[in-house]
Design a protein around this ligand. Sequence first.
Ligand SMILES: Cc1ncc(COP(=O)(O)O)c(C=O)c1O
Length: 374
Amino acid sequence: MKLFDVYPLFDINVVKGKGCKVWDDKGNEYLDLYGGHAVISIGHSHPHYVEMINHQLSQLGFYSNSVVNKLQQQVAERLGEMSGYKDYSLFLINTGAEANENALKLASFHNGRKRMVSFLKSFHGRTSAAVRVTDNPKIIAPINASIDVTYLALNDIDGVRTELEKGDVCAVIIEGIQGVGGIKIPDNKFMQELREACTQTGTILILDEIQSGYGRSGKFFAHQYAGIRPDIITVAKGIGNGFPMAGVLISPMFIPVYGMLGTTFGGNHLACSAALAVLDVMQEEHLIENAAKVGAHLMNELKQFPQIKELRGEGLMIGMEFAEPIKEIRSRLLFEQKVFTGVSGTHVIRLLPPLCLTMAEADEFILRLKKVLL
Ligand SMILES: Cc1ncc(COP(=O)(O)O)c(C=O)c1O
């Protein structure tokens, strides 16, 4: 059997990682400014993370959601405290798309409505409702197309009000910072007015913090820059530092009913150990503060490159929009300078490093970028 060929691959076999560095099978060392697509939060193979998962595996790898799982309760408690959402409830699943599916479902169960509002350039996953609220017709299959969605421009509060006042919108789903769309940050004022419009019309506000959350923006959640509280927040990626895991944070206004949501693997013992290790390390090593500090330093240093037409970002979620297509720059960064970066479209390079990136590593990246650009 061969692999179903859906990924354009770099011919690099990554076999080892430590902190913000990875190594290939030929022994080449790379600086990881991509974090495996914003997934690595506390750094590759952190010793505490390795120990926690190993220990759990030696005790119990998995049991189903039909019995008490104290680890889940610990994750909920710790996440509530660290994120500022102590009064919310947590539902655990395995992937970002699944988190958004459950969030959209919950919203629809709650107010009985069907139409969704989403934003141009948004990305929310590749399954059913999650892909339907994603603004990319190429990945929406005919089977997904029946869900009713209206896409609006980011920051278009008049458009939002017009749609919500019709009274049939179930939920608005928005990323804390658009990731796949090229690091686009919604205005704080827009977020505040959006919150207000949702409240006034009985529409559920869902914040997709799958890429922008878990400390990446320099706050626990990117929407906290606007000082708002959504009804539902979705998290994935950094929550397990590479162990597949995701969560839905649910406001107390939602009443749970047995069976309304469910999953086989979600919140399993190994995933919870990974998530607890992540929260331990984030707290002990002050990684949110580090993301804010090192991110601000990177943003400042990146201003020196005239080729960068526009620089956008918060913390360690940075988009560099170039006047020219970035294919060659990214390729030279990877193969000549041994730096992993991400992209968005044809003109934006995305930086999504582990949140433990040091000042010295940030400076090393700038040095290597200079070798490519200057
Ligand atoms: C904002 C956002 N939402 C949802 C997803 C989907 O997550 P997953 O690939 O884990 O299903 C992604 C993945 O890139 C994302 O960036």
